[in-house]
Write a protein that binds this ligand. Structure first.
Ligand SMILES: [Zn+2]
Ligand SMILES: [Zn+2]
Length: 445
C-alpha cells in the first residue's frame, strides 16, 4: 500500500529542515522506493529563498552581492543540465543499488527502525567521503567533478554547479550498503546528504563554534573549494567532517582562500564547463608514451605525470597572491539583463517540464530538453561574446516561436502567450540583423 505522505508536498517546516538534515526518522522512513518523495526536486523554492537571503545579508554586511551574475548563471546552468537526463532515465545510483539489493543482499534491516535510519545516515556520508576523495584523486573522476570546482566565486549558486556525468562514478561507493539497507532508506539519505551540502557554499557564515568539530561547515568547505596549495584535495566531507579528521585530509581555513580550478577555464559556455577536462585527458592520453603511463593518465591524480608521485607535486600548483580577479563577462549591462530574462524564462519551462513529465509525450519532452540546452548554450555564447552568438540566438528565438506554434511549449503565464510571441519576434528581428551584419563584417564585438 502506498504511503500517502509521498504524494503530499513537502511542508515549509520540512522544506527548511531538510536543507540542514534536520529531519526525523519517523517522518522520512518509507516502506518502498515509490513512496520516497523527490526531495531534491521539491527543494527549488528553498534554494531560491536561501539564495535571496544570502544576497540580502551580503548586501547589508558588505554592500555588494555575494558573487558575479555571469558566474551564478553558469552555475545554475550546470545544475539544470545535470538534472535533464533524469527526465528520461532512472538514477544510475539507484538502479545499481537495487540490483545489488535484489540479488546479493545478506540480510534486511527493518525500513521503519530509527536505528536503520541513523546507520544509513552514517553509511551514506562515509560512502560520500570516499567517493568525493576519489573524485579529487582519480583523473577520470575528476573530469566530472571539476565542473563543481570551476567557479571562481563562492556562494550558494556554486552548490548548484553540478556535473552531468558524475552520477555514473559515485554508485560503487554506496554499493556495500545494498547488502543490508533497504533502497527506500538509502534513497532518502542520498537526497538529504546532497541537500545538506547546499548551505555550506557561502561566505556570509564565518564560525560555527564547536559544531565545526563534527559537522562540515561553510568554513571547512571554503577550504575545499580553494586553489591555494594548502587547500588542494582537503575537506572532502559531505555532512560530517569527522571523516577528514580520521583519514588525514582535514585542513582548517587559515589564510585567504582563492576559489576555483588551479588553471581557470575562463568561459561561461556550459559544454566547456562540463567537458573541457575530458578533452584534456583524451589529448594527454595520446600524447603520453607507454601503456602503463597511459593507464596512469586516467587513474592517477590530475597532477600526475611520468616520474611524479600519484597525486603530482604540490610545488607545481600555481601559487596564489590573494589578488586574483575572477574571470567576468565583457557583455554590456543591457545584454546581461537580456540574458537574465531569457534564463528566467528557461527556468520556468524547466520547472514546468519536470512537473508535467508524466503527461508530456516523448517528442514534446525531447524538444523541450533540446530547447533548454540551446538556451543555456546561447546564453553562454552571449556572455563569452562568441562570434556566432547572434546567429545561435536568432535560431533559438525562432525555435521558441515554432515550438509554441506546434504546442510543444507554452508560456508560464498563459495570459501572456501573445506578449511572449511579440517579445520573441522582436528578438528574432534584432538578433537576425546582428547576424547578417556579423556575417558581413567578421566577428561580432
Ligand atoms: Zn570537491
Ligand atoms: Zn562544493
Amino acid at each position: 500500500m502506498k504511503n500517502p505522505e509521498a504524494q503530499q508536498d513537502v511542508s515549509v517546516s520540512q522544506g527548511i529542515r531538510m536543507m540542514f538534515y534536520m529531519m526525523k526518522p519517523n517522518e522520512t522512513s518509507f516502506r518502498t522506493l515509490e513512496d520516497v518523495p523527490n526531495y531534491v526536486q521539491k527543494a527549488t523554492p528553498f534554494f531560491i529563498s536561501l539564495m535571496l537571503l544570502e544576497l540580502l545579508v551580503s548586501w547589508i554586511h558588505k554592500g555588494k552581492p555575494p558573487g558575479h551574475l555571469d558566474d551564478a548563471l553558469t552555475s545554475v546552468s550546470a545544475g539544470v543540465l545535470s538534472r535533464l537526463p533524469s527526465l528520461f532515465f532512472k538514477s544510475i545510483e539507484l538502479t545499481s543499488y537495487i540490483y545489488i539489493w535484489e540479488n546479493y543482499r545478506l540480510f534486511s534491516l527493518p525500513w521503519d527502525s530509527p536505528w536503520t535510519w541513523y546507520l544509513t545516515f552514517l553509511g551514506v556520508d562515509f560512502g560520500y567521503y570516499w567517493f568525493h576523495r576519489m573524485a579529487h584523486e582519480v583523473n577520470i573522476m575528476w573530469a566530472a567533478h571539476q565542473t563543481h570546482h570551476s567557479s571562481e566565486g563562492y556562494n550558494l549558486s556554486t552548490a548548484l554547479r553540478q556535473s552531468v556525468f558524475q552520477i555514473h562514478t559515485s554508485g560503487i561507493f554506496y554499493s556495500p550498503l545494498a547488502l543490508f539497507i533497504p533502497p527506500s532508506v538509502y534513497a532518502v539519505h542520498l537526497q538529504f546528504n546532497l541537500l545538506y551540502q547546499f548551505w555550506i557554499h557561502t561566505k556570509v557564515i564565518n564560525n560555527l563554534g564547536p559544531l565545526k568539530l563534527i559537522l562540515n561547515t561553510p568554513s571547512h568547505h571554503r577550504v575545499h573549494h580553494g586553489r591555494n596549495r594548502y587547500c588542494i584535495d582537503k575537506n572532502c566531507a559531505g555532512t560530517l567532517i569527522i571523516w577528514d579528521r580520521l583519514f588525514g585530509t582535514f585542513e582548517a581555513e587559515n589564510e585567504k582562500v582563492v576559489y576555483g580550478l588551479t588553471h581557470p577555464i575562463n568561459t561561461f559556455e556550459p559544454f566547456k564547463v562540463q567537458f573541457h577536462y575530458l578533452v584534456y585527458i583524451w589529448t594527454t592520453f595520446w600524447a603520453t608514451p607507454g601503456f602503463f603511463n597511459k593507464f596512469s593518465v586516467i587513474f592517477k591524480g590530475p597532477g600526475w605525470g611520468p616520474g611524479k608521485p600519484r597525486l603530482g607535486l604540490s610545488e607545481e600548483i600555481p601559487e596564489v597572491t590573494g589578488k586574483e580577479v575572477p574571470f567576468s563577462s565583457a557583455a554590456s549591462q543591457l545584454l546581461r539583463i537580456y540574458t537574465v530574462v531569457q534564463f528566467a524564462l528557461m527556468l520556468s519551462f524547466y520547472e514546468e517540464t519536470f512537473a508535467d513529465k508524466a503527461v508530456l509525450s516523448q517528442v514534446t519532452l525531447l524538444l523541450r530538453v533540446c530547447f533548454i540546452i540551446l538556451t543555456l548554450t546561447s546564453i553562454g555564447f552571449l556572455l563569452d561574446q562568441r562570434s556566432k552568438a547572434a546567429v545561435v540566438e536568432t535560431f533559438r528565438c525562432l525555435a521558441f516561436l515554432t515550438l509554441c506554434r506546434f504546442g510543444h511549449l507554452k508560456p508560464f503565464i498563459p495570459s501572456l502567450a501573445f506578449a511572449s510571441e511579440i517579445f520573441f519576434s522582436i528578438c528574432v528581428a534584432f538578433w537576425g540583423v546582428r547576424s547578417v551584419k556579423q556575417l558581413a563584417s567578421g566577428p561580432w564585438k
